[in-house]
Design a protein around this ligand. Structure first.
Ligand SMILES: [Mg+2]
Length: 225
């Protein structure tokens, strides 16, 4: 019997792309740089590559934060701005951004009536709590599990073992994970034997992974759980 739902935050509940584009634009303003819309996809591609390397254990979180803007600014030929300084501004703006994914609050209202809900995120702890509160979503959670607090990250089984040591006896086979990332959420769920719901919002094909359920919108999850 299902008792608990683990749910990812970025690009599952909060729209990271919208938040990041807003933050990139604001940071460009801070440094008096000209921003245009074609620049955001460059960040998105590089940022996604760094996150995949983090999920594979090839780099650490501090290397990700230390390098991504150095790489992005380098691509634009901007050499007079320190990438680490830019990262600080970007993080500050991300903290203030909390655009929700369509259906996020409705889903949490529905799920919280039936199950305990835990956030599972590889993002920074205080920042994620602040953003959930700002978007009015924090109230639906029993607890917030982040890699920063647990010392392990998705998809590592140790991350989920640490979660289950804090869920008051709820077991793997009584839990489902919902997330957008195949490498972090779905692989993580498979690694530790919990059911998986893949939020495939871009409707991509992924033959190498086998989630228990795949949805294209958050609203569809109400028909499954
Ligand atoms: Mg995500």
């Amino acid at each position: 019997m299902l008792k608990a739902v683990f749910i990812d935050i970025d690009d599952t509940l909060l729209d990271f792309a919208k938040c990041a584009e807003y933050s990139m634009r604001k940071s460009f303003d801070d440094f008096c740089l000209d921003f245009d819309k074609t620049m955001f996809p460059v960040f998105e591609k590089i940022n996604t590559e760094y996150w995949h390397r983090l999920e594979k254990g090839e780099i650490t979180k501090s290397e990700l934060y230390g390098k991504r803007w150095v790489t992005v600014l380098g691509k634009f030929g901007i050499s007079h701005i320190d990438g680490n300084e830019f990262e600080k501004h970007f993080q500050g703006h991300i903290r203030e951004s909390s655009e929700k994914v369509d259906g996020a609050e409705g889903l949490l209202i529905y799920l919280s009536g039936k199950y305990k809900i835990y956030a599972v995120s590889n993002g920074p702890h205080e920042q994620q709590i602040y953003r959930l509160e700002k978007s009015n979503l924090l109230q639906y959670f029993t607890d917030i599990f982040t890699s920063e607090k647990l010392g392990f990250q998705k998809p590592d089984k140790a991350f989920f073992d640490a979660c289950f040591s804090r869920t008051g006896g709820i077991k793997n086979n009584e839990t489902v994970i919902i997330g957008d990332s195949l490498n972090a959420d779905i692989l993580g769920g498979i690694n530790c034997g919990i059911q998986t719901v893949w939020f495939n919002k871009n409707n991509i094909t992924a033959k190498e992974f086998h989630p228990d359920f795949t949805v294209n919108s958050l609203n569809e999850i109400k028909n499954i759980l």
